[in-house]
Design a protein around this ligand. Structure first.
Ligand code: MG
Length: 341
């Protein structure tokens, strides 16, 4: 239903972060991250609609003040309502704020003496609260509304919010998943990986290239001077790094990398593992033209591929979430097959 440009347009409403409630956010951590000011929406964010300040709201403002935060309320409601809420809170406030207009978000930072980069906005509505913060360039926090009972004009907005949030959560999940390409040398992990990354808008990572960069010499040289064991250790270390830091990437792996069971465990956790499976004939044909492969040097290539394939193919097949047969297929055909499902 909503594809391409439609979903892209929804992104302007995506919150930077979300929380179950204003009252479960770890404010100390936010201070450690460098934030110094917090702007709060009032209704449904701090208290139920039109409610006076509750004990826990009063406590919250005491708590964030002790941490060192400045704060400001900004509400689209009128002066009477905002003043009444603020009576026991005693912080800065702006009423009739016309969110999502940027003007009063910026004004709030001036009142607090913070900057846009050091200020957080917390609110319960996407199209006013969050959209305004995003337009201003401010960190935005969406919280679930406190009261389930809402005025009729908000009920309609909530339905639209649900649509945006559906795509938001879908994108967040997508962002977290990587695609890992495994397979025998010569199966096209790098060329397919690059094309696939481009198609998905992902980063492309090649473990061999990462190792070359780190060590400062080519894979053949590393094999020659430091040995295969050293190289395999490097592979394991690189995977560990990827596991803890990389999201939304296509990762092309060295052909021997999955031979270590530790590495296989890591690959499964990194993302969806796709095995690019080529026939022996195809691989021999491709590798005969290639002189840079350390494990094939000085041998009858056909025999060597045969031995290595027998050693490796069942391991690839067991590890893979998906197997793609590559014989007779172009790079773009393989990419299509991977992305289709
Ligand atoms: Mg609200």
């Amino acid at each position: 239903m909503m594809k391409g440009i439609g979903v892209k347009m929804l992104k302007r409403f995506y919150p930077k972060r979300t929380a179950e409630s204003t009252y479960v956010i770890d404010y100390k951590k936010l201070y450690q991250e460098g934030y110094r000011g917090i702007i709060f929406d009032i209704d449904n964010t701090l208290v139920r609609h039109d409610e006076d300040a509750t004990d826990r709201a009063i406590e919250l403002f005491k708590h964030i003040k002790e941490i060192g935060f400045k704060s400001c309320l900004i509400s689209n409601n009128d002066e009477e309502r905002v003043k009444r809420f603020n009576k026991d809170i005693k912080t800065n406030y702006i009423f009739d704020a016309h969110k999502p207009s940027r003007k009063n978000y910026i004004k709030a930072t001036k009142i607090m003496g913070t900057t846009i980069d050091t200020t957080i906005f917390i609110g319960d509505q996407l199209f006013t609260d969050i959209y305004g913060a995003n337009r201003t360039g401010m960190m935005s926090y969406l919280v679930k509304p406190i009261s389930p009972k809402e005025e009729i004009q908000i009920v309609f907005k909530r339905r639209l919010e649900k649509i945006v949030l559906y795509f938001y959560h879908r994108d967040m999940n997508k962002r977290r998943s990587n695609i890992v390409l495994i397979g025998f040398m010569g199966c096209g992990k790098s060329s397919v990986g690059k094309a696939l990354a481009k198609q998905l808008g992902y980063n492309f990572i090649d473990t061999d290239m990462m190792i070359e960069k780190k060590v400062g010499s080519s894979i053949s040289q590393i094999f020659e001077t430091k040995g295969e064991e050293y190289f395999r250790d490097m592979e394991s270390r690189i995977l560990k790094g990827i596991l803890s830091t990389i999201n939304g990437a296509v990762i092309s792996t060295g052909g021997g990398l999955p031979m270590r069971s530790k590495n296989r465990e890591a690959l499964k956790r990194i993302g969806k593992v796709v095995y690019l499976k080529g026939s022996k004939e195809l691989l021999v044909q491709r590798l005969s033209k290639d002189t840079t492969r350390p494990l094939l040097k000085g041998e009858d290539i056909s025999k060597r591929v045969d031995v290595l394939l027998k050693e490796r193919s069942h391991i690839y097949e067991e590890l893979a979430h998906r197997i793609i047969n590559i014989d007779g297929k172009s790079i773009s055909e393989i990419v299509d097959e991977i992305t289709k499902r």
